[in-house]
Write a protein that binds this ligand. Structure first.
Ligand code: UDX
Length: 519
């Protein structure tokens, strides 16, 4: 394999930053530079307050970016080998390996709007790479891309630089938000797709060499590029499919005597099924599942496989229905009349332990409820910045500020005070009414990340003054006492102990089980 001295990561985002830091940590003789065209973002990565908040990331970046003697937990006498830069010509020209980690969102216009992948950022960055990369450089797709992208990139490179040898590899990232460092440090597998040529395989081995510094050999899997690109989409599609499957069963449970958590536990004990990703709830949010299924379905459709496309689209459809069904249930419990009522929403992010509001399930629930013109919707989330929540709401409901019904709170008890109904929308542990008790059935092993907040003098990061600081469990007795009849609690995540909560004199409707008290 080639000796690797310089690695470049294009895109200083959620994937690029943490990946670069872990690569640098385990390959002290390799210089890793992260490129981004946004100077502000690069500045943040060079500052004490990183633009990405992940458990363990601050320490890790400090240990590879800064000079020694900073007392970080990784501290050794090593030379710093992680750098951040906007100077793409210089950095690309010396790189032996170039990771492409720019964002690839869903295309929202033109052909394939809503399902195809928007490759504008990726292709833009590729043009830079084509212009500056040195002959023999290995180009690695890290971003999730449509199948066949490696072939397309190869063609583009040979058009721009005829006769110059480049290798293109696919090496998708499987990290989840909130556990990025953990996922990178102990990956289930590292997938490397290459051209089935001697030089292609050699490039794959060179890349595998970087990972072999900390990943056991048997976890490094080499395939062809198509398999690798497709496997990334399929992994997310299958995970999402489990969630939609169990959610479809939750609808049956709500109409019968079955309890969806009991069903999930029973089937999850079958080793062939396994217990993870079987937690019924409001559905999946976040920036990957919906997008990757759309991309997979779009691929199938473009191959003329309409049945395959509609099979996978149904996973997204079921997800939307689950969310709508929840909103509908709230409206029905109030006999179709929310006018004059106050609703409190606990949780706005797409999952627990993150302030990420993109593709949040709360958004669509709130949108449906607003149609019914309630007196007030009060929102509390322990990790979201109020301005992020407001921005999402304004995008989804442009006339929202005129209606004046939305109030954002930094205290959950104030949010729920005088509410006719409280809706638990995110699976935050602090929302549980039995915080000491083990969760009924849980999927997420990542630790709470209250430490993700920066110090109070940080202007770049989520400012503490504007940011709720509570990771304390909420006090349900207090909430129940200060609610107003009919005192409905809608548990969209199945995390509340219903019997305990009912003792406080509230009515509880929990996903995947029949409500015991009828209205
Ligand atoms: C996901 C994949 O896990 C990761 O491998 C991939 O690289 C990117 O997409 P992420 O979107 O960060 O990561 O979140 P994840 O923890 O997987 O949860 C996704 C959504 O599914 C959340 O809204 C979560 O609340 C929901 N979920 C998850 C359930 O409703 N039930 C479950 O059992 C598991």
């Amino acid at each position: 394999t080639h000796v690797v001295e310089n690695v470049c990561v294009v895109g200083a985002g959620y994937v690029g930053g943490p990946t670069a830091a872990v690569l640098a940590l385990h390959n002290p003789n390799v210089k890793v530079e992260v490129l981004d065209r946004d100077p502000r973002r690069i500045q943040q990565w060079k500052s004490p307050h990183l633009p990405v908040h992940e458990p363990g990331l601050d320490d890790l970046v400090r240990s590879v970016r800064d000079d020694p003697e900073n007392g970080s937990k990784y501290s050794t006498q090593r030379q710093p080998n992680l750098n951040f830069s906007c100077d793409s010509a210089r950095v690309l020209a010396k790189a032996d390996i170039i990771f492409m980690a720019v964002n690839t969102p869903t295309k929202m216009f033109g052909v394939g709007a809503g399902c195809a992948t928007n490759m504008a950022a990726f292709d833009g960055a590729m043009r830079d790479v084509a212009a500056h990369a040195k002959p023999g450089a290995i180009i690695v797709e890290k971003s999730t891309v449509p199948g066949g992208t490696a072939d397309r990139v190869r063609k583009m490179l040979s058009a721009h630089r005829p006769g110059v040898p480049f290798e293109v590899l696919s090496n998708p990232e499987f990290l989840a938000e909130g556990s990025a460092v953990q996922n990178l440090t102990v990956p289930d597998r590292v997938l490397i797709g290459s051209a089935a040529t001697p030089t292609g395989r050699q490039a794959a081995r060179t890349l595998a060499g970087l990972y072999a510094a900390w990943v056991p050999k048997e976890r490094i899997l080499e395939t062809n590029t198509w398999s690798s690109e497709l496997a990334k989409l399929v992994a997310n599609a299958m995970l999402a499919q489990r969630i939609s499957s169990i959610n479809s069963i939750s609808a049956i449970c709500e109409r019968t005597g079955a309890d969806v958590d009991q069903v999930a536990k029973a089937i999850g004990m079958d080793a062939r099924i396994g217990p993870q990703f079987l937690k019924a709830g409001l559905g999946f949010g976040g920036s990957c599942f919906r997008k990757d299924i759309a991309s997979l379905a779009y691929l199938a459709e473009s191959l003329g496989l309409d049945d395959v496309a509609s099979y996978w689209r149904q996973v997204n459809t079921m997800n939307e229905r689950q969310r709508d069904r929840f909103a509908r249930k709230v409206i029905d419990r109030f006999e179709g009349n929310l006018v004059g009522h106050k609703l409190a929403i606990l949780g706005f992010a797409f999952k627990k332990n993150t302030g990420d509001t993109r593709e949040s399930l709360a958004m669509e629930v709130i949108r449906s409820l607003l149609e019914e013109r309630p007196a007030e919707i009060a929102i509390f989330d322990p990790y979201c910045r109020p301005e992020d929540i407001m921005r999402e709401l304004e995008i989804a409901c442009p006339d929202i500020s005129e209606r004046g019904t939305i109030k954002l709170h930094t205290d959950p008890h104030l949010a729920c005070s005088q509410a006719h109904a409280v809706l638990v929308v995110t699976d935050c542990d602090q929302f549980r009414n039995t915080p000491g008790k083990k969760p009924r059935w849980t999927h997420n092993t990542s630790e709470p990340t209250a430490s993700q907040t920066c110090s109070s003098d940080c202007t770049d990061c989520r400012s503490l003054s504007a940011r709720p600081t509570t990771s304390e469990p909420i006090e349900w007795p207090r909430i129940a006492y200060n609610m107003v009849e009919p005192k409905w609690v809608f548990d969209g995540r199945g995390l509340l102990d219903v019997a305990e909560l009912e003792k406080l004199g509230v009515r509880v409707d929990s996903v995947g089980r029949r409500a015991t008290i009828s209205n």
